[in-house]
Ligand binder design. Structure first.
Ligand SMILES: Cc1cc2nc3c(=O)[nH]c(=O)nc-3n(C[C@H](O)[C@H](O)[C@H](O)COP(=O)(O)OP(=O)(O)OC[C@H]3O[C@@H](n4cnc5c(N)ncnc54)[C@H](O)[C@@H]3O)c2cc1C
Length: 823
């Protein structure tokens, strides 16, 4: 939605500069109201409506009003007056530790909804008890007020009327403040040129069922507690199937309800993929039912499609372990259907699993009734007898009434403007449909407020400050042909994990198979560092680890460090990237990281012959080093221009005949940088004194040697000291090389002459079984004594040595011909 659409959804018809925040919307949460408020203030700024604003009234200091007031303080220089009939800001959330606020969980099982962080540019928070969230938000609100003091709080003031008076609004209020909250009367009514109605939805009536006093949802007493007086079969009557009713149904069913634990039983469960997609599919079908057609029976769909899945994945069993012993539950709804589409899928699922757990344990009873009226005929210390219209009497020890707040009461003072708004808003909702269900914050709005906060000197939120000292968590999730990438590490920063000692956590809901080409990349990044924990189901990685690390090309590489479970969060900064292209791009980032390390080390060595470590440990004459420096400059320019060239060069540095193995690149990283450095130095020395040797992009090999008259040679410069766990020199006779020359950056007894005759000697029986065409067995160059001596003496000596290698190869080729003739 663009800013004009957002304004259209909030503006009251025929009442210029009067806006409503969310009070007529569905799926209201603390977070969504904040997002609505920020989007609205940003849209007003964007459309130029805040320019001449001098005095703004914000009526209601709940999540919507407090956020709107903070945003207005930052975005305008207007005086902002914040009214609330309650004596405190965010009054609803102030009374309970037992209700948990989660910013995004309402939209589970959509992707990225388990993030604990609201991730808002101001008044940010992360999931916690209702009281804690309130405290965090108020603290930040006061920090903004300290930077932008143009705020007046009128707490304990109930607005009784707003009227348009020429070009301004007259806002009348009655004071219900206490002595602790004195309110000046002299500005009543107040005059404002812009007004926000952030009045929320009201509170639940005290006796929604006559004769039953049900504690408020927002109080600790409203949450069913554990058994303490030994009732063998406690009975609960829960009235209402909105989100409050569903949550308290689960609380009543549980022996010791903890909202957070209940949520994580579902959302952090590793075996929920099938359940998630089945739930999404059911909701999609339910939403697609045409108006006038009977609605999809959600309960019936759960029975056929969800029950087998949650029974098989152990979720019902887990809930069984938590059931209140002997509990009997009655859920009363006004509608025939148990579940309504307007509620959170997570709450529906939790109720459904609780019922299935109930049914599995014989002693537990669940009953659904639908009826309009319920009255209490008897209520005494022993409980209630409830008369349910058309059904008869039902006894219950406890009655929990969650029939929603009294909206009419809260709207009553504003009827003069809200009637018109209600109708206009219903049309707006119908027009934008699903876009209005989950309001998000546009990147423009986010950047706008981030800048305002920075400019005003507002300190970062406690969440951001805490995050700075915690492990940085990021997530990759397969989504069709894409990878959905989220969290605190951008793809361009992936290689930084290798550079720092900070801790990182990578969350992967998918196993190696479904991640395809991304899976070896995970092994590559994790195998080269100890500060990354991978959260995924290890079982789905065992095969790849076996084939790549235990028995494959990366023998000896560290296995990823796996953490327990699938932690929530890391859903900020969402991006979707095509899987294969992403894997390629990330390998290239990692290759660049290695190249930079190699370049820093080698450049210093070539300049002055010294090194910080002992990776090279060779003495090379200055004239040769100068020639090598020129060669290196040319090579790095080629690497900069061609990622595939660099990728192939480094990959073959660590892989003998595994270049086409899908996981061949995993060996290239910090653990192999020392070997690669030596390999590059040896290759550079040879390239500087042998004609036209340079890096090569395509197999076979990673070097070429060009000649004027002959076809070019492919070469393989190889730096790993081990191949499949065996010392490199023990592998050279195995016919694994596919190129005309091989440079092995390993010390050893094998000198160039022996190496160049090796395959010939090994095949000195009368049967010549070369694995390469006759006369094309590779010229092998290793760090032999002669080679090292030549480098020490300088360019002329090395050139002479290499010319000798060429000459001997020519003689050897003649020998082959002779043998063949003799045979
Ligand atoms: C039973 C129930 C359960 C819920 N559970 C959750 C949950 O688990 N998580 C969640 O995120 N959300 C939940 N919600 C939604 C919750 O209402 C919002 O999260 C949040 O409180 C909405 O903020 P708000 O600012 O729009 O409204 P409110 O928080 O209601 O704030 C509106 C404010 O306006 C004031 N006001 C109203 N009229 C006047 C007037 N005439 N003059 C002066 N002041 C006035 C009120 O005193 C109030 O402080 C639940 C709601 C209900 C009813």
């Amino acid at each position: 939605m663009n800013p004009a659409d957002i304004l259209a959804g909030a503006a009251v018809p025929d009442s210029p500069k009067l806006y409503v925040i969310g009070s007529f919307d569905k799926r209201i949460t603390f977070y969504s109201q904040q997002a609505r408020a920020l989007s609205l203030v940003h849209a007003l700024h964007d459309q130029g409506h805040l320019k001449d604003c001098k005095r703004v009234a914000v009526i209601g200091a709940g999540a919507a009003g407090v956020t709107a007031a903070a945003a207005l303080l930052l975005a305008t220089s207007a005086k902002v007056v914040l009214f609330d009939s309650a004596p405190n800001m965010l009054s609803l959330q102030g009374a309970t530790e037992r209700r948990k606020l989660d910013p995004h969980i309402y939209d589970w099982p959509k992707i990225d909804t388990t993030d604990r962080a609201a991730n808002l540019p101001l008044l940010d928070w992360e999931s916690g008890s209702s009281k804690q969230v309130r405290m965090d938000v108020i603290k930040q609100f006061e920090q903004i007020v300290a930077c932008r003091p143009e705020l007046e709080k009128k707490l304990g003031c109930k607005v009784t009327k707003i009227e348009r008076d020429d070009k301004v609004y007259k806002v009348a209020f009655t004071r219900i403040g206490s002595a602790a909250n004195p309110v000046p009367e002299d500005d009543n009514p107040g005059y404002f040129d812009m007004v926000f109605l952030a009045i929320g939805f009201g509170v639940e009536p005290k006796q929604a069922i006559r004769g039953v006093r049900s504690a408020s949802y927002w109080s600790d007493a409203g949450v069913p507690g554990p058994e303490f007086d030994g009732r063998p079969s406690p009975s609960f009557f829960i009235s209402g199937n909105g989100d409050g009713g569903l949550i308290d149904f689960v609380a009543a069913a549980s022996s010791d309800f903890n909202h957070g634990t209940m949520l994580s039983l579902i959302t952090e469960n590793l075996r929920m993929e099938a359940v998630r997609s089945a739930l999404q599919d059911i909701d999609k079908r339910a939403r697609e039912v045409e108006p006038g057609q009977p609605p999809l029976d959600l309960w019936a769909a759960y029975e056929t499609e969800i029950h087998p899945l949650i029974r098989d994945n152990g979720l019902v069993h887990q809930f069984r372990m938590q059931m209140r012993p002997g509990v009997r539950l009655v859920l009363q709804t006004r509608e025939k259907q148990i579940f309504s589409l307007d509620t959170a899928v997570l709450n529906r699922l939790a109720v459904y699993v609780s019922v299935k757990a109930c049914q599995e344990i014989g002693a537990h009873i669940f009953k659904h009734i639908h009826c309009g009226e319920v009255t209490s005929t008897i209520s005494d210390d022993d409980g209630y007898l409830l008369n349910c219209d058309g059904i008869g009497e039902i006894a219950a020890d406890e009655v929990i009434v969650r029939r929603g707040p009294n909206r009419d009461a809260v709207r009553e003072p504003f009827q003069n403007v809200l009637n018109a708004y209600g109708e206009a808003h219903a049309r707006w909702l119908a027009r934008y449909k699903n876009m209005t269900v989950v309001p998000g914050l546009s990147q423009d709005a986010r950047s706008f407020f981030e800048k305002l906060c920075r400019d005003a000197g507002v300190p970062p939120s406690p969440r951001i400050q805490n995050a700075a000292i915690r492990a940085r968590r990021f997530k990759m999730t397969r989504d069709g042909t894409n990878i959905h990438w989220t969290g605190a590490v951008a793809k361009t920063d992936l290689a930084q994990i290798w550079s720092t000692s900070n801790y990182y956590e990578l969350v992967l809901a998918d196993g190696a198979e479904s991640l395809g080409k991304m899976a070896p990349l995970v092994l590559r990044i994790a195998g080269h560092c100890k500060n990354l924990t991978v959260y995924s189901d290890r079982v789905f990685w065992d095969g790849l680890i076996k084939s790549v690390i235990d028995k494959g090309p990366a023998k000896g590489l560290n296995k990823p460090l796996f953490g327990e479970g699938l932690p929530a969060g890391a859903t900020e900064e969402p991006h979707d990237f095509p899987l294969e292209a992403l894997a390629e791009e990330l390998h290239h980032h990692l290759d660049r990281w290695v190249l930079t390390k190699v370049d820093n080390y080698i450049s210093k060595f070539l300049a002055d012959g010294t090194e910080e470590g002992t990776d090279i440990a060779l003495t090379i004459a200055q004239d040769l080093r100068e020639m090598m420096a020129v060669t290196w400059k040319n090579w790095t320019a080629l690497f900069d221009a061609d990622p595939a060239l660099l990728g192939n060069f480094l990959c073959l540095m660590m892989n003998s005949n595994h270049a086409e193995h899908p996981a061949a690149r995993v060996l290239v990283g910090p653990s192999s940088t020392s070997e690669i450095i030596l390999g590059v130095v040896v290759s550079l020395a040879i390239a500087s004194c042998w004609n036209s040797v340079g890096p090569k992009a395509a197999l076979p090999g990673n070097l070429h040697r060009k000649f004027d008259a002959e076809p070019e040679w492919a070469g393989h410069t190889f730096a790993a000291t081990r191949i499949n766990g065996k010392h490199t020199l023990r592998n050279v006779a195995e016919g694994m090389w596919r190129t005309e020359f091989v440079v092995l950056a390993v010390d050893g007894a094998l000198d160039s002459e022996r190496a160049s005759n090796l395959s010939f000697r090994d095949n000195s029986s009368d049967e010549l079984t070369f694995s390469v065409p006759l006369g094309h067995e590779p010229v092998m160059l290793t760090l032999s004594g002669q080679f090292c001596e030549a480098m020490e003496l300088g360019a002329a000596a090395l050139t002479k040595f290499l010319a000798g290698v060429d000459a001997r190869r020519f003689i050897r080729w003649d020998n082959v011909i002779d043998k063949r003739t003799a045979a």
